[in-house]
Design a protein around this ligand. Structure first.
Ligand SMILES: NC(=O)c1ccc[n+]([C@@H]2O[C@H](COP(=O)([O-])OP(=O)(O)OC[C@H]3O[C@@H](n4cnc5c(N)ncnc54)[C@H](OP(=O)(O)O)[C@@H]3O)[C@@H](O)[C@H]2O)c1
Length: 325
C-alpha cells in the first residue's frame, strides 16, 4: 500500500484509551500497490475488535496481545466502490460495488473515506443490500460461516448459540441449519426473543431470568459461544457427553471438568479474510435466505458514539458507520 498526494477524512487514534481518542481528521489518501484495490468507502462496519484496537488490546492475555503502534485507523469491514486498481488486478474494475473483511487477521483501516484492500479479500456487494447493510456483514458473517464449516455440527443434532442476538450470533443462528443442525437453540437477554424467533430459532433462553444450565441439560451437540469470559464454564452442563464447545472469544471452560463430563473444548480460532467465502454469503443475502440486522447507524465523524453504543452492551445485530450517506 502506498500514498498519493491527495487527502481524505479518516478516524484515527494517536493514543490508546476510551472513545475520546478517536479523532476525525484529514490524512493522506492511500494508493493501491500491486494486487490491491483502492475502495471509495460508503460504509464501515463496527466490530468488538475495534474496541480492542482502540484500547491497545488490554483485555487480551499479554502473551497473545498484538503490538500495534499509533497512529492507527481502526475498521476491518467496508462496503464501497472500486476507485482504482493496482498492478495485476483483473478481478475488479473502477466503478464495481464491493464489500469485504480487509486484511484479517491483521490491520484494516476501514474508518476512512478511502481504503486499500488485497483484491482477493473482496466480493461483489449484494445488489439487494444498501452499503450500510453490506458493511455490517463481513467479519461477523464470515465468523459464523467459517466456524460452522470448520467446527459446526457433523451429523445433524442440536446447536446452541450463546450471544445469539449479537453480530456473530444472529448470523450463526441463521446459518446453523444449512450447516447441518436439526435444532437451533438461542441464548440472549429477553429483549431479543421476538427478533431471534423471527430468525427461526427453535428455542429461546433468556439468560437474565434462568441460569442457562438449568433450562438446557446435556442437550447441545455443539455450543457455539460468542460470549466466553471467566464464567464460560457455567455452560458446560448444557452440552451432552460427546458434544463440543466452540469458543469464539476467550473463555475459562475449566477443561478438566469438561473432560470429566465428556465435553470437548475446541481450541480458539480466528476468522480470516476471504472474498470467496464472502461471495457465498452474498448469494444467500441476495436471495433473502440470510438477513443482516442493523442495531444502529452513526456518521463516520461520530465513531466515538458508535463505540459508546457498543460499550453499553445488548447489541442486536450490527453497528455501522456511514461514510458517504
Ligand atoms: N475468534 C474470532 O475470529 C472472532 C470473530 C468475531 C468476533 N469474535 C468475538 O466474539 C464476541 C462476539 O462478537 P459479536 O460481534 O457478536 O459481539 P456483539 O455484536 O457485541 O454481540 C454480543 C452479544 O452477546 C450478548 N450477551 C452479552 N452477555 C451475554 C451473556 N452472558 N449470555 C448471553 N449473551 C450475552 C449481547 O446481548 P444480550 O446481553 O442483550 O443478549 C450481544 O447481543 C466478541 O468478543 C468478539 O471479539 C471473535
Amino acid at each position: 500500500m502506498g500514498q498519493s498526494t491527495a487527502t481524505m477524512h479518516a478516524v484515527r487514534l494517536h493514543a490508546f484509551g476510551g472513545p475520546e481518542v478517536l479523532v476525525h481528521e484529514e490524512v493522506p489518501r492511500p494508493a493501491p500497490g500491486p494486487g490491491e484495490v483502492l475502495i471509495r468507502v460508503h460504509a464501515a462496519g463496527f466490530n468488538p475488535l475495534d474496541l480492542h484496537v482502540r484500547d491497545g488490546f488490554s483485555a487480551i492475555p499479554a502473551e497473545l496481545r498484538p503490538v500495534w503502534t499509533p497512529p492507527l485507523t481502526p475498521g476491518t469491514d467496508v462496503s464501497g466502490v472500486v476507485a482504482e486498481v493496482g498492478e495485476g488486478v483483473t478481478a475488479w474494475r473502477p466503478g464495481d460495488e464491493v464489500f469485504g473483511l480487509i486484511r484479517f487477521p491483521g490491520k484494516g483501516a476501514g474508518y476512512a473515506e478511502y481504503t486499500v484492500a488485497p483484491a482477493e479479500h473482496l466480493a461483489a456487494k449484494p445488489a439487494a443490500l444498501s452499503h450500510d447493510e453490506a458493511a455490517a456483514v463481513p467479519l461477523a458473517a464470515l465468523t459464523a460461516h467459517q466456524f460452522l464449516r470448520r467446527l459446526g455440527p457433523r451429523r445433524g443434532g442440536t446447536v446452541l448459540v450463546n450471544g445469539a442476538a449479537g453480530g456473530v450470533g444472529h448470523f450463526t443462528v441463521q446459518l446453523a441449519r444449512s450447516a447441518g443442525a436439526d435444532r437451533v437453540l438461542a441464548v440472549a437477554s429477553g429483549r431479543h426473543e421476538e427478533f431471534l424467533r423471527g430468525l427461526g430459532v427453535d428455542r429461546f433462553i433468556d439468560y437474565t431470568r434462568t441460569p442457562v444450565a438449568e433450562a438446557v441439560h446435556a442437550e447441545a451437540d455443539v455450543l457455539i459461544d460468542a460470549v466466553g469470559g471467566p464464567e464460560a464454564h457455567r455452560l458446560l452442563p448444557v452440552v451432552r457427553p460427546g458434544g463440543r464447545i466452540v469458543p469464539v472469544y476467550f473463555g475459562d471452560y475449566r477443561r478438566e471438568e469438561a473432560a470429566r463430563l465428556g465435553v470437548t473444548v475446541e481450541e480458539g480460532w480466528q476468522v480470516r479474510s476471504s472474498g470467496a467465502d464472502l461471495a457465498e454469503l452474498a448469494v444467500l443475502l441476495d436471495e433473502g435466505r440470510l438477513q443482516v440486522h442493523l442495531d444502529s447507524i452513526h456518521p463516520l465523524a461520530e465513531a466515538a458514539a458508535a463505540h459508546r453504543r457498543a460499550e453499553q452492551g445488548h447489541v442486536r445485530g450490527k453497528i455501522v458507520l456511514t461514510v458517504r450517506p
